[in-house]
Design a protein around this ligand. Sequence first.
Ligand code: IMP
Length: 181
Amino acid sequence: MNTTNTDLARILVTREAIQTRVGEIARQIDHDYRDASRLLVVGILRGAFIFTADLTRQLAIPHIVDFMALTTYGKRTTVGEVRVVMDLREPIENEHVLLVEDIVDGGHTLSYLQRMLADRNPASLRTCVMVRKRRENALARIDYLGFEIPDAWVVGYGLDYADRYRTLPFIAELKPEVYRK
Ligand code: IMP
C-alpha cells in the first residue's frame, strides 16, 4: 500500500518554488564565478543528488561534477558521527569548489566537510544548501541558500526518512508519529 501521502503533514516548499529558486541560485553562481576558469561542483550523496542535477543543468559557466558519500552513525534523527564512505576522484588543490548539500540542521555534517575539504587547499570553497532549519547557533557557513524551514523532519527533493520519500518533487514535513514510531 502506498502510505506516502498520509505520512505527510504539509508541503513546505512546492515543486514550482524549488524550480524558481534553483534558477535564481544558478544565475547568482554564474555571476560570482564569471572569472573562474571552471567550477568543481561537489554533490553530497545521497540527499543532494537531485539538487545537484537540477542546479548544474542550469549553470552556464564551465563546470565539472563529482560526488562524495557520507554516512552518519547514530539514530536517524539525531546527530551521529560523520564518516566518508566515498571520496572525490581527484585532488581539489587549486580548484574552485562548490559543495552542494540538501539540508543543514545543526550544521555538524557540513562544518565537518568544510574543514576536511579546506585542508586540501582548493582555490576557493563555497557551500550551497537547499534548505536550512531555523536554529540558533548553527555551525556551518552557507553561501547560497534555497529556503529556511521550520525545525521539523522533512522529506522529498532528495531528503529521506529511513530511505523513503526521496523522490517526491516537493519538500514536505513528515508527521511526527511516522518518525517517532
Ligand atoms: P546536521 O549535521 O545536524 O546539520 O544534519 C545534517 C544531516 O542530517 C543531513 O545531511 C541529513 O542527512 C540529515 N537530516 C537532518 N535533518 C533532516 C530532515 O529533516 N530530513 C532528512 N534528513 C535530515
